[in-house]
Design a binder for this molecule. Structure first.
Ligand code: ADP
Length: 486
């Protein structure tokens, strides 16, 4: 097998394979080095979908959630005065739309605003702008690898329906990661990209100040440019606790290979990092199996109740806020509740039932018994919630996104608590995905994309923005590395 190519990509997750495909599309030879036996990394585990604004797919929805837009504008105004220009732009767009509503309302600027407010405005604005502008092109690009994210839904922290999800032949939602990974792998193989599996890169090779390859143990892979796409470090407990000692004892949703190798390798040659202490916990993780229960369930109408059978928070709030609310409940956990209608619309929930993650009951009282919570309390909570759905208003917790009532048995509940999920921080890059050193200069020949990088998500990543990140910045990294390798 060859050990020399124009572009060397480290990591065969979503970002790495996307970069490899784009470099090959630009006519370059590519080698991908992957530590695991299979491609996909954490991307395989991604259940939700991909955020993109201003897409034809969104226009298939009727516009109903103006409340989400107005809530976002109000909260941005109150909390982030320095986003005033962006707020004014979105306000003008929203007014214009209301005067003349055509299609579905979403704009790249609103996507930016949601991402910045969700990230507590710690994000790198230039990177967020690229994300918001390019995601729609990413949705189109995915069609070239036979991937169609045609169904649009609500997700935490997004003020309109923006997450794009795949559906199967029966029209049921399927998990995005296990849908995308085989398609990206097949497309990459079809382009003659060479995969070197079960091989961990250990060191970057620098010649005359330029990155010219990667060492994996004894073997050196030589290239004109290197793309780091090794994912985050959530599975590296020591590294997590170094930056976030309060996460001692938390379970982790990641594949075991997510140990921050790319960050460490790049730091060794002078790369800068950003926001390393911004480590996300996800509010709906099964503690027994560390399996992540998708946020899409809440977007599609599920609620969270505590051990007393009571709701306690806006379920579609940002991950950090929902996690904190959960930790504050008795026992530090919650139950996620769905009804039979939701089960019938989603193969994802059927999977959870099959894995034994649910308890069930033919009616609400029976469900309460299975959960070990007070039956009368749960009945009252469900009645109250269904009245909220009918009214389109949640006075108590301010939720603004509603789907269908939860009123058809059997009912199912999944016991959840927070788990370490995503590392927002990582290598510092510019909008061309060049890795920067401590003086802000690009390190020649070194590019990075995906969870190995920091800055896109600030202090909190929105669901649906990881897939947007890997596709948008994976493509740019592949294109830029190819251009550099000319
Ligand atoms: P992203 O979502 O950013 O694409 P993923 O977690 O999906 O990230 O993929 C990262 C991939 O990188 C995983 O498949 C992981 O096994 C691989 N990886 C991590 N460290 C190394 C390494 N040192 N050498 C090669 N591959 C690595």
């Amino acid at each position: 097998a060859a050990t020399e190519a124009d572009v060397i990509v480290v990591g065969a997750g979503g970002a790495g394979m996307t970069a490899a495909i784009e470099a090959a599309n630009a006519g370059k030879s590519v080698i991908v080095i992957e530590k695991a036996a299979m491609t996909g990394g954490n991307t395989t585990r991604s259940t939700g979908g991909m955020n993109a604004a201003n897409t034809p797919e969104q226009d298939k929805n009727e516009f109903t959630e103006g409340a989400g837009v107005e809530k976002m504008l109000a909260s941005a105004k109150e909390s982030y005065p320095d986003l005033a220009d962006l707020v004014a732009t979105v306000e003008a767009q929203w007014e214009e739309y209301q005067a003349n509503p055509t299609g579905y309302f979403d704009t790249e600027e609103l996507f930016m605003l949601d991402t910045l407010v969700g990230g507590k405005n710690l994000n790198d604005h230039a990177l967020v702008e690229v994300l918001a502008n390019e995601a729609k092109n990413g949705i189109e690009w995915l069609k070239t690898v036979d991937a169609d994210l045609s169904q649009v839904g609500s997700f935490g922290g997004a003020s309109v329906k923006r997450i794009h999800k795949p559906v199967n032949d029966e029209g049921k939602t399927v998990a995005v990661g296990s849908y995308l990974v085989p398609k990206l792998t097949k497309a990459a193989e079809g382009k003659g990209i060479q995969f070197v599996m079960e091989t961990a890169a250990t060191e970057l090779v620098v010649t005359d100040g330029k990155v010219t390859g990667v060492k994996a143990g004894e073997t050196t892979y030589t290239g004109k440019a290197v793309v780091l796409a090794t994912g985050g470090f959530a599975a590296n407990t020591e590294m997590v606790l170094q930056y976030k000692p309060d996460y001692e004892g938390f379970v982790c949703t990641n594949a075991p290979g997510m140990t921050g190798d790319g960050i460490v390798m790049a730091q060794a040659i002078g790369a800068d990092t950003v926001d390393m202490e911004q480590i996300q916990i996800h509010p709906t993780v099964s503690q027994e199996t560390s399996a992540l229960i998708t946020e899409g369930l809440r977007g599609d109408g599920a609620i969270l109740v505590n051990s007393e059978g009571k709701r306690f928070f806006d379920e579609v709030g940002t991950r950090d806020a929902v996690s904190a609310a959960e930790v504050a409940q008795p026992g530090g956990f919650a139950w996620l509740i769905v009804d039979n209608k939701m089960v019938e619309a989603s193969s994802v929930i059927a999977g959870y039932i099959k894995q034994g993650l649910t308890v069930e009951g033919a009616d609400v009282e029976a469900l309460a018994a299975a959960m070990g919570v007070d039956g009368a309390a749960l009945v009252e909570t469900m009645d109250k919630w269904n009245a909220c759905v009918e009214a389109g208003k949640d006075e108590e917790f301010g939720r603004t996104s509603f789907a269908n009532k939860l009123d058809e048995g059997p009912y199912y509940a999944i016991k959840v608590a927070p788990g370490v999920h995503h590392t927002m921080g990582g290598l510092k890059i510019n909008p061309n995905t060049e890795v920067l050193d401590a003086s802000g200069n690009a390190i020649a020949g070194l590019y990075a994309a995906g969870e190995v990088t920091g800055g896109v998500h600030g202090a909190n990543r929105l669901g649906g923005n990881a897939v947007a990140d890997i596709i948008v910045f994976g493509r740019i990294a592949g294109q830029q590395a190819a251009a550099y390798a000319e």
